[in-house]
Design a protein around this ligand. Structure first.
Ligand code: FAD
Ligand code: SF4
Length: 299
């Protein structure tokens, strides 16, 4: 624990966001990075309590409390408060393959389990996590993980969402050769075509895919298993096959006026809108132009 009285001296501060009037002019991420001083203060609010729950990821009454990937949160909070960013990154990488994704879009159950939250606001764990990995990329500390020895085993991973990417990353690090099959034109699953740019810029996804390619992982896109290649072929050609195909079938809602015009499944809209950003944002079959969203529209 760096500064002992951080939790007494500093209030929680959330990251600033871009002004809504500015924000509606672009699809870029709207959260603004913390300053050095904010990071020092916010990380020093961690009490390094004797029994931390933030990193447990334990099931309790049917729900999970704490970080599902068991990040060593108090340890990297201390390293950040001491401005030892590279060591903080190494500690974070021990548990989390993709902190730049969780640091942006995770619902942060860690913060709900922070002991400080019993009588104060929790530590801004998620923002600190994101800053650790961003500084890692800024300083070229994020390296390709090329294994020293290969096992001779070749694994096929079907689906390149976060589950498939994490499985591939772990298996590759263990020395297995890994090929990912993805039916879409770009890897990432819902990271690429489900979560909008304003929360997770697609360059951030591509940046990680590049690191994975340099680590030796092969990506085969535009290939649907069951259509372009059969499961039997995979079984024959690979030592193991891992299915990480997600759950993208939408659940319909049989309510009155469901068949009215302009009601779409989220993924139909989001996929088309994300694809259109690559060419012309107006070039999308479903547009929300001119519509108003009244729920929390100012956030
Ligand atoms: C609109 C939306 C927004 C979300 N926002 C958030 C958020 O902000 N924060 C958060 O934590 N979670 C969010 N989620 C949930 C999160 O995205 C999912 O939990 C996560 O993506 C699941 O990862 P996955 O790898 O299992 O599946 P997916 O991300 O769905 O990836 C599965 C991949 O498998 C591919 N695939 C499927 N079948 C085949 C096949 N036969 N052959 C080849 N490839 C195949 C698919 O094309 C896809 O790329 C959101 C979900 C949705 C739908
Ligand atoms: S925000 Fe990060 S530390 Fe918190 S639960 Fe999610 S992955 Fe874990």
């Amino acid at each position: 624990m760096g500064y002992l009285k951080g939790f007494m001296d500093f209030n929680r501060k959330d990251q600033d966001v871009r002004d809504p009037i500015e924000r509606i002019k672009s699809w870029e991420e709207y959260v603004i990075r913390f300053s050095d001083q904010d990071l020092k203060e916010q990380s020093s609010r961690c009490m390094d309590c004797g029994t931390p729950f933030c990193h447990t990821g334990a099931e309790w009454d049917g729900a999970y409390v704490g970080c599902p990937v068991n990040n060593f949160i108090p340890e990297w909070n201390e390293l950040v408060s001491e401005e030892n960013w590279e060591e903080a990154l190494r500690r974070l990488e021990e548990t989390n393959n993709f902190p730049e994704f969780t640091g942006r879009v995770c619902p942060a159950p860690c913060e709900g389990s922070c002991t400080l939250a019993i009588n104060d606001d929790p530590v801004t764990i998620k923002s600190i996590e994101n800053e650790i990995i961003e500084r890692g990329f800024d300083n070229n500390w994020v390296e390709a993980k090329v294994p020293e020895n290969r096992t001779g085993q070749h694994v096929a991973v079907v689906g390149s969402g976060p589950a498939g990417l994490a499985a591939a990353d772990q298996l590759n690090e263990m020395g297995h050769r890994v090929t990912i099959f993805e039916r879409d034109d770009r890897p990432g699953g819902l990271l690429m075509y489900g979560i909008p740019n304003m929360k997770l810029d697609k360059e951030t996804v591509d940046r990680r895919i590049d690191v994975m390619k340099k680590s030796g992982i092969e990506f085969t896109c535009n290939t649907e298993v069951g259509v372009d290649i059969t499961r039997e072929e995979l079984n024959r050609e690979y030592d193991a096959v891992i299915m990480c195909t997600g759950a993208q079938d939408p659940r319909d809602t049989p309510i009155e006026n469901r068949d009215s015009q302009g009601i779409h499944f989220a993924m139909e809209y989001l996929t088309a809108a994300t694809e259109a950003l690559e060419t012309d944002p107006k070039d999308t079959p479903i547009t929300a132009e001119g519509k108003k969203c009244y729920r929390n529209w100012w956030r």
